[in-house]
Every structure is written in structure tokens, then in C-alpha cells.
Write a protein that binds this ligand. Structure first.
Ligand SMILES: NC(=O)c1ccc[n+]([C@@H]2O[C@H](COP(=O)([O-])OP(=O)(O)OC[C@H]3O[C@@H](n4cnc5c(N)ncnc54)[C@H](OP(=O)(O)O)[C@@H]3O)[C@@H](O)[C@H]2O)c1
Length: 233
């Protein structure tokens, strides 16, 4: 797919990995809309990049419907969805809080489904589109304290396979991306102090890999890839 003039929605595009993807796609000439809950963060990011800001929460069905309709109206259609909005909640099994667990699934799993569900009919109608789900290496293997987060990313991986099976006959490409640790506000939101390292991944490495996957000719696609830091130690 050529990114020049391609029409894209990136959820969670106001910071971190989503912001990096928005920047890289805009630089390639795409028409980009970013979605997030905080209006302030979203407006600042949109102003900096020159992209469209659409405030909304992916876990709220009405917000998702409104945002997808706005993208289609503003750009005259949609070619790319990056389902990136997500966050972490980590606790041992014996301490898991039900409300926190369900809240995380509402964003990381139900939210991704809602946005994909609203965008897919447009892709099917035009027999073309690229749906990218941002999972994690935590969706490839479980670990201590990661029941909620890994569980949500395993679910996203499973849904990705279902959507690929359904959408591929309509020439729609569906890709799962598994970044390992990327230096973003994800960790400070968990209360961790983050010491920036020149060896660890930045959002730009994930964005560059995604641009590469988007730009291959429409006759082919990459179903899934992971991105690791070469030597983070
Ligand atoms: N950082 C990592 O090491 C890493 C590694 C692997 C995978 N990932 C995945 O990559 C994705 C992005 O993570 P990140 O590190 O860039 O995190 P981040 O810096 O915290 O950014 C998260 C973005 O998602 C938005 N968001 C969160 N909940 C939302 C909701 N319910 N509705 C709409 N927008 C929402 C946030 O804006 P608002 O808060 O204003 O809504 C923000 O724009 C996540 O799915 C994460 O699981 C991250």
C-alpha cells in the first residue's frame, strides 16, 4: 500500500508508540487521525504533527462509533486502522482486583474489537484495507504478575487470527505486532521510575517496522512480527 494520501486511524495516538506511528505515517504523506481520552494530550500531539484529533475512549461503544464515522467523513474513507490503545495492570493472581482486571480487558480487548468491528465494513466494502493490532511479547508467553496484561494480549492475538480468516477473502490485510519493551509513558503510569537507555527500543523502531509492513505491495502481507532491542543489557 502506498502511504501517500492513505487514510489512517491510530488509537492511543497521543503518546508513546501510537504517537511514533502517527508521526512516521504523516511523514509518508498519510492522512492521519489519532484517538485518545485526554483532550489536552491529544490536541497537543495533533497540533505538533498536523493530524486530526478525535477524542474518545475505545472501551465506550458510542465513542468508537462517533470517532470512526468522523474519520470516514473527514477523509472520505479509511484504509488503515492501528489498534494501539492499551495499558498494563500487574499483580499476582492472589491479589488480582476484579474491577481492575475487567477495566483492562475493556480497553485492551473489547476496545480493540469495537474499533475493528466499526472499521471492518468499510474495508470489506472497498475490498481493501490494513488492520494492525499492537500486542506485545507478553502476548507470546505468560509470566509472573502478568495474568491481566498477558491474558489481554493473548486474547488480542486470538482475535487477530479470527479477523484475518474473515477479512483476507476481502483483500484486507491483518497484522499483529509484538513489541518487547519500548521506552514510553507506559511504565511511569505503573509507578515505575524509568531510566532512559540508548540500547532500549524507542517508538520509532516500532513505527519504522510498521511503515515497512504497510508499504509492501497489496498482493502480499506480513501476518505477525515481533520487535526486540538488539542488546538491551
Ligand atoms: N511500552 C512498551 O514497552 C510496550 C511493549 C509492548 C506492547 N505495548 C503496547 O503498545 C500499546 C501502546 O503502549 P505505549 O507504551 O505507547 O503506552 P502509553 O505511552 O501509555 O500510550 C498509551 C496511549 O493509549 C491511549 N489510551 C489508553 N487507554 C485508552 C482508551 N481506553 N481509549 C483510548 N485511548 C486510550 C493513551 O491516551 P489516554 O490515556 O489519553 O487515553 C495513550 O495515547 C499498548 O497496547 C501497549 O500494551 C507497549
Amino acid at each position: 500500500m502506498k502511504l501517500q494520501d492513505a487514510r489512517a486511524l491510530i488509537t492511543g495516538g497521543s503518546e508513546g508508540i501510537g504517537l511514533g506511528i502517527a508521526r512516521a505515517m504523516k511523514a509518508r504523506g498519510a492522512q492521519v487521525a489519532i484517538m485518545g481520552r485526554s483532550k489536552e494530550k491529544l490536541s497537543k500531539a495533533a497540533e505538533d504533527l498536523g493530524v486530526l484529533a478525535l477524542q474518545g475512549d475505545v472501551s465506550r461503544e458510542a465513542d468508537v462509533k462517533r470517532v470512526v464515522a468522523s474519520v470516514v467523513e473527514s477523509f472520505g474513507g479509511i484504509d488503515i486502522l492501528v489498534n494501539n490503545a492499551g495499558y498494563g495492570y500487574f499483580a499476582p493472581l492472589t491479589d488480582l482486583d476484579t474491577a481492575e482486571f475487567e477495566k483492562l480487558f475493556a480497553t485492551n480487548v473489547t476496545g480493540a474489537m469495537l474499533v475493528a468491528r466499526e472499521v471492518a465494513p468499510h474495508f470489506i466494502a472497498q475490498e481493501r484495507g490494513h488492520l494492525i493490532n499492537i500486542s506485545s511479547t507478553s502476548g507470546l508467553g505468560g509470566g509472573r504478575n502478568s495474568t491481566a496484561y498477558s491474558g489481554s494480549k493473548f486474547a488480542l492475538r486470538g482475535m487477530t487470527e479470527c479477523w484475518r480468516a474473515e477479512l483476507r477473502p476481502h483483500n484486507v490485510r491483518v497484522t499483529l505486532v509484538n513489541p518487547s519493551e519500548v521506552q514510553t509513558p507506559f511504565f511511569s503510569k505503573l509507578g515505575h521510575e524509568q531510566v532512559l537507555s540508548e540500547k532500549k527500543l524507542r517508538p520509532s523502531e516500532i513505527a519504522d517496522a510498521i511503515v515497512g509492513a504497510l508499504e509492501i505491495d497489496d498482493r502480499g502481507f506480513i501476518p505477525e512480527f515481533s520487535v526486540f532491542a538488539t542488546n538491551p543489557f
